[in-house]
Design a protein around this ligand. Structure first.
Ligand SMILES: [Mn+2]
Length: 349
């Protein structure tokens, strides 16, 4: 059954059945994959491989994961021997026509980036498993969307148990439990964000029981900074300016800051969160100057603290043609940084 709204129209048991019948499966996720995207993809490919390994000689794994966009620094250390193809910008999409396509942690055309054209003619044999509030229903015929899940790996954990006939995620192999835990931990900010629920901790506990090494994984994922990133962070923090009675904190980074510290654009990850630790701050903003072929742009990242009277930064981002979530959103404004800053303060007011 196909519905034209972004809602679940299949059960994970149905998905498991489709997977069990497919002889070739490609697993896709969003561009610039994060911990949840990579974790969901690797866990699913590993669970499928294991579900087919019923005889000692084994059967070749029928599933593989494809990724596009820059891969996280830690990818090499967690991918083990899983069938996965991180496709570089000049690598073309393999000319494969699999029985089944499973898309995890997104269901929107824009997030599929260069995979979109490849997926389009395969809608009938595509399944989406996602936890985002928005997506495009015409990406797949079947979809499981659970917006109450903190991470897509919460859903993949359930699917892995169905595929492997495990009564609980605690029974999963450590090689499957680790990427599941990685998605759960990173999408909740290592269990700090408002999406942490009893279900999150129950799954985390089961996965630890399955053999996940929490501290080792944390260091592997999070302790990978280069000195240049901290030099850039120091500059960013030194620019903090407060507006609207101290409730809005704004950091600014110029192009020259990157050049002088030797940092790269991806080094700014997490900077916008830093000012949230200030008691009075309700919204933290990071403005980054970008030189593009179309001229000077300002990239805006916003984070809102939860609690009563929460500011919905998604609404603010929407007024500039951007978007995201209530507590984390962004946009690009075609103005120099100082003018963009004034516009953002005005919009937040
Ligand atoms: Mn996710």
């Amino acid at each position: 059954m196909t519905t034209d709204t972004w809602e679940t129209n299949a059960t994970l048991a149905e998905v498991a059945n489709r997977i069990a019948r497919a002889s070739s499966i490609v697993v896709l996720t969003h561009v610039k994959p994060d911990g949840d995207a990579v974790g969901s993809s690797l866990a699913l490919v590993r669970a499928i491989a294991q579900s087919r390994r019923t005889t000692p000689s084994g059967v070749a794994c029928p599933a593989e994961a494809w990724f596009t966009g820059p891969m996280p620094m830690w990818f090499g250390s967690i991918h083990r021997d899983t069938k996965a193809r991180p496709l570089g910008p000049d690598q073309s999409i393999p000319p494969l026509d699999p029985d089944l396509v499973v898309i995890v942690d997104t269901g929107s055309w824009s997030q599929l980036d260069r995979f979109a054209d490849w997926v389009k003619p395969k809608q009938e044999k595509t399944i989406v498993i996602d936890h985002h509030r928005q997506g495009d229903p015409d990406v797949s015929a079947l979809r499981v969307v659970d917006t109450s899940a903190a991470s897509a790996t919460e859903l993949i954990a359930e699917l892995a148990c169905l595929l492997l006939k495990c009564a609980s995620p605690a029974e999963l192999d450590e090689s499957i439990a680790e990427p599941l835990y990685m998605g759960l931990a990173t999408d909740t900010g290592w269990f700090k964000h408002s999406n942490v629920t009893p279900r999150v901790f129950r799954l985390a506990a089961d996965l630890l029981e399955a053999g996940v090494k929490h501290e080792e994984l944390f260091l592997n994922i999070e302790s990978r900074d280069r000195p240049a990133r901290l030099r850039l962070m120091a500059r960013s923090l030194s620019t903090i300016d407060f507006a609207l009675g101290g409730t809005v904190a704004i950091q600014c980074l110029q192009q020259s800051d990157f050049e002088e510290t030797g940092a790269a654009p991806q080094d700014i990850g997490g900077f916008v969160d830093l000012a949230r630790s200030i008691e009075q701050v309700r919204v933290s903003v990071l403005l980054t100057e970008m030189h593009t072929p179309d001229g000077m742009l300002t990239k805006v990242s916003m984070r809102s603290k939860g609690g009563p009277n929460m500011v919905d930064v998604n609404i603010v981002a929407n007024t500039f043609g951007g978007g995201g979530h209530a507590q984390a959103a962004g946009a690009r404004i075609a103005l120099p940084i100082a003018e963009a800053k004034a516009k953002i303060i005005e919009a937040l007011q």
